[in-house]
Design a protein around this ligand. Structure first.
Ligand code: NAG
Ligand code: NAG
Length: 448
């Protein structure tokens, strides 16, 4: 054996015995098998750490992310009402019976503009459609003064990776409103966001529809499956926030999110329509100029800009604007942390302890009629909806047009439907690193 290898092995053995020695005096009798060290040897920044680390879990062993077993139980197509867990249906039922889910009609979408039957004013307190810019104060539209509330919609996607690497290099955590079906098809990017970035994960539905056009059960499926996939892929974490695709929510949809799943609705206060660069709706220079205008503009209210990890340009526009955020004195904060609390319902972040909690079960059982009526009832939220009924029907639907023209279903829907993405080659360095580490070890043993 070459002496260099021999002395390396000697050092390794010496290090192991040194580690073991403090315990030797507890171990008089005979060689009991030693437990693995309670502490991981490498510091967290060490590349090897990322290969093995997992956040704390709720104690259940979940299938490996990306495995057949992991994905098998989730909708493989757009039918989110198939095999809905009984617990979710029971929770919906209980909430409806308790009167916490407003009984308003499902909207119909004609070319991207959700409309309601005669007599249901989208700006009125009964419907209060976010597409029409009716604000329910329980929803998150603004960041606190001076705070840049950061989030990205539609991931994970192959285009997410340059963004993720940029976030890592700049050492910032953001909120990813993820599309459930995109997680299924981009498991490696998902793992990177959770395990390496330790980003905050939130819900952006399973298939990216106009949620107000969906029945109660469809809304439950869109939210529930996405929550369950995040839950089962993060050691049991339950997201606390969701963002409706196209910002399309109303009193009924937000109540289901809240009463069945404990989710708070997040909208935004600035929209560059960055997603539509690729479809000619806007241009990259225009998006760059808008980002710059907002970031160099007033600090009250704080910013929540709608941004997407969708294309090179949506990601590129953010990266280009990023230095301006600090330069202009903003505090950068992940949207899921704007309220000063945890980004998850049952954990402080991607590595802290998890309180075991099932999707759509605890939220429902804790949602007693008396407890939830104040916040969830149509009356409660009518009081909350913006007196910007000054937003007359006319100005209201004006903003709806601009809001929902941002919403050509085919364009953004493509995000959910683009399942052609293969495995992430960006991440292959990880397995390469593991392989080469193993072969070094194997060589050392062969030499000995
Ligand atoms: C999610 O995990 C739970 C708990 O282990 C399991 O019972 C459930 O089947 C999983 N869901 C799916 C769709 O695989
Ligand atoms: C994205 O665009 C930049 C130029 O803005 C280019 O340098 C880069 O290669 C592009 N990346 C991808 C993945 O297309």
């Amino acid at each position: 054996m070459p002496s260099a290898v021999r002395s390396l092995l000697f050092l390794a053995v010496a290090a192991l015995s040194a580690t073991a020695s403090p315990y030797e005096h507890h171990d008089h009798d005979h060689a009991a098998p030693r437990a693995l060290p309670g502490q991981w040897f490498h510091r967290e920044e060490h590349p090897a750490y990322a290969l093995f680390r997992r956040g704390d879990t709720d104690g259940i062993t979940y299938p490996e992310i990306g495995s057949q077993q992991w994905s098998a139980g989730f909708p493989q197509d757009n039918d989110v009402t198939k095999n809905l867990p009984q617990a979710w249906l029971d929770a919906l039922d209980a909430a409806v019976k308790a009167g916490t889910i407003p009984d308003i009609p499902v909207s119909t979408s004609t070319g991207g503009n959700p409309t309601y039957p005669q007599g249901f004013d989208p700006n009125g307190p009964t419907v209060c459609s976010a597409t029409y810019k009716c604000v329910n104060k329980e929803d998150l539209w603004d960041a606190p003064d001076g705070v840049f509330g950061s989030s990205f919609d539609d991931g994970p996607l192959p285009t997410s990776m340059p963004l993720y690497q940029f976030l890592k290099e700049n050492n910032v955590i953001t909120t990813h409103f993820m599309i459930g079906s995109n997680i299924l098809w981009n498991a490696d990017a998902f793992k990177y966001a959770f395990e390496t970035l330790e980003s905050d994960l939130a819900v952006h539905t399973w298939t990216h529809p106009y949620m107000t056009t969906k029945t109660n059960q469809e809304v439950v499926g869109e939210l529930g499956w996405t929550m369950e996939l995040i839950h089962n892929s993060t050691g049991g974490r339950l997201p606390k926030y969701w963002r409706p695709p196209y910002g399309d929510s109303d009193e009924r949809v937000r109540a289901i999110a809240k009463e069945v799943f404990g989710l708070r609705t997040v909208i935004w206060n600035q929209d560059s329509e960055d997603w539509s660069i690729s479809t000619g709706g806007t241009t990259r220079p225009k998006v760059d100029a808008e980002l710059k205008q907002w970031i160099t503009g007033p600090k009250s209210p704080g910013l929540i800009i709608l941004e997407h990890e969708l294309t090179n340009d949506t990601v590129g526009a953010f990266m280009q604007a990023f230095p301006l955020i600090a330069q202009n004195g903003w505090k950068f904060e992940s949207v899921a942390r704007l309220d000063g609390g945890n980004p998850y319902q049952n954990s402080a972040d991607d590595t802290s302890d998890v309180t075991p909690q099932s999707v759509g079960v605890l939220a429902a059982s804790s949602s007693t009629p008396s407890g939830s009526s104040s916040a969830g009832s149509p009356t409660g939220s009518s009081a909350a909806s913006k007196p910007s009924g000054s937003g007359s029907a006319t100005s209201g639907s004006g903003s709806a047009t601009s809001g929902s023209s941002s919403a050509s279903p085919s364009a953004t829907g493509g995000a959910a439907q683009d399942h052609s993405n293969g495995a992430m080659s960006h991440l292959s360095w990880q397995s390469a690193a593991l392989t080469s580490a193993l072969s070094v070890l194997a060589a050392a043993f062969a030499l000995s």
